[in-house]
Design a binder for this molecule. Structure first.
Ligand code: NAD
Length: 368
């Protein structure tokens, strides 16, 4: 077998359970190198609180430049009580914001998958969520979180006014819509685009530009427009009607959290943040579990590593064009759950409770 060309992955374990779950990711990368003749070169660096302790800043320039030079960055988690009292600009989470901003990661991808084996972890009825597989595509660098003018200002009668501006341009809308359409092509060819075009001009523009791009370049995709509040309701009523949901920064933030909770546990949810593809076809990207550093369980070897492992699977698919390997990894996770192995967070009666390390080892054994 010939070796795939050397692919650079940067691992940033971070804080709390970050190092524990990223350790399992590393074992899987090593397995792919050894058994699938892949040639990943990976480095591990400090970020967040761990970097503050060692270097007094949440991310050093050296680590930042390494992230620019990597094909995929996989992060564990940043933050924890030890650094809670630092001022905002010095907190561990600033490292993450810097990476998102400087790598221009405008597309956030959050799959909401409800594994049939874990259907009882959801608060919804099994028949509503079993087999659920949605991808939420959220615009990450525009809209109301960044729009100007913004601020709090004094006004007459001793009152104050808070202002944020929601704005999007044609190119910002079409750039994120393209991500959603391209993803749908690899899935069920269906995109639901959400906005509030009934009450917001920026929503009217969003709807028109998404439709224009579909008509021009994605004729085979089924596109539906839905008001964001209706989408929030439909996610609870009949979530399996969706394939890819496209939304701006604000609505995407809320809809992705709602969709995530349909699936039951934070320990299972991966995410990807992607930038544009450059002329060499390389895409800037950051992959991370949705969960944080979980200080309450850190150091106990009980954290669920599946969200981090599925983040690696997303990296294989979206940054490294290794769909076959990604599918192999996804299938291995399914098989381990089929066997009844569970970390503490997803444990239920009749199943076997395992540690973080055991879960990683079991997934590797199913890759074989
Ligand atoms: P959290 O996601 O860390 O934990 C919430 C709850 O879920 C906890 O009870 C935790 O034990 C549990 N949990 C989370 N991941 C789990 C896993 N893999 N396996 C088993 N149980 C898991 O959220 P939090 O407690 O609000 O935040 C803790 C710290 O993490 C804070 O400092 C916060 O700022 C930071 N944080 C970082 C990120 C990030 O790096 N992307 C995201 C969210 C929170």
């Amino acid at each position: 077998m010939t070796k795939a060309k050397n692919r650079k992955i940067l691992l940033l374990p971070g804080d709390g359970i970050g190092p524990e779950v990223v350790k399992e990711v590393k074992k899987i990368i090593e397995w792919f190198n050894k058994n699938k003749s892949l040639d990943f070169s990976f480095e591990e660096e400090l970020i967040g609180g761990a970097s503050i302790d060692a270097n007094k800043i949440p991310i050093t320039d050296e680590v930042f430049y390494k992230s620019l030079d990597s094909e995929a960055v996989i992060l564990g988690a940043c933050g924890g009580p030890k650094w809670d009292n630092l001022e905002f600009s010095k907190k561990p989470e600033r490292a993450l914001l810097k990476l998102r901003k400087e790598l221009k990661l405008f597309a956030n991808l959050r799959p909401a998958i409800c594994f049939k084996q874990l259907v009882d972890s959801s608060t919804l009825k099994p028949e509503i969520v079993s087999g659920l597989d949605i991808m939420i595509v959220r615009e990450l660098t525009g809209g109301i979180y960044f729009g100007e003018p913004r601020g709090i200002e004094p006004i007459e009668n001793n009152e104050r006014k808070g202002v944020n501006t929601h704005s999007y341009t044609t190119s910002e809308i079409q750039r994120i819509a393209k991500v959603a359409f391209d993803l749908a092509k690899k899935r069920k060819n269906k995109v639901t685009s959400c906005e509030k075009s009934n009450v917001m001009e920026a929503g009217v523009l969003w709807r028109e530009e998404v439709q224009a791009l579909k008509d021009k370049e994605y004729k085979k995709i089924e596109l539906n427009h839905m008001l964001a509040d209706n989408c929030a309701m439909q996610l609870l009523r009949n979530p399996k009607q969706f394939d890819v949901i496209l939304a701006d920064n604000l609505f995407g933030d809320m809809l992705s959290d709602e969709a995530a909770m349909l699936t039951g546990s934070l320990g299972l949810l991966p995410s990807a943040s992607l930038g544009s593809r450059d002329k060499n076809g390389k895409i800037r990207s950051l992959y991370e579990p949705v969960h944080g550093s979980a200080p309450d369980i850190a150091g106990k070897n009980i954290a669920n590593p599946i969200a981090a492992i599925l983040s690696l699977s997303m990296a294989l698919k979206y940054s490294l064009d290794l769909d076959k390997e990604a599918n192999l990894l996804d299938a291995a996770v399914q098989k381990v759950l089929d066997d009844g192995l569970r970390t503490k967070d997803i444990m239920s009666k009749g199943k076997k409770e395992v540690t973080t390390t055991d879960m990683g080892d079991a997934i590797i054994s199913k890759l074989k």
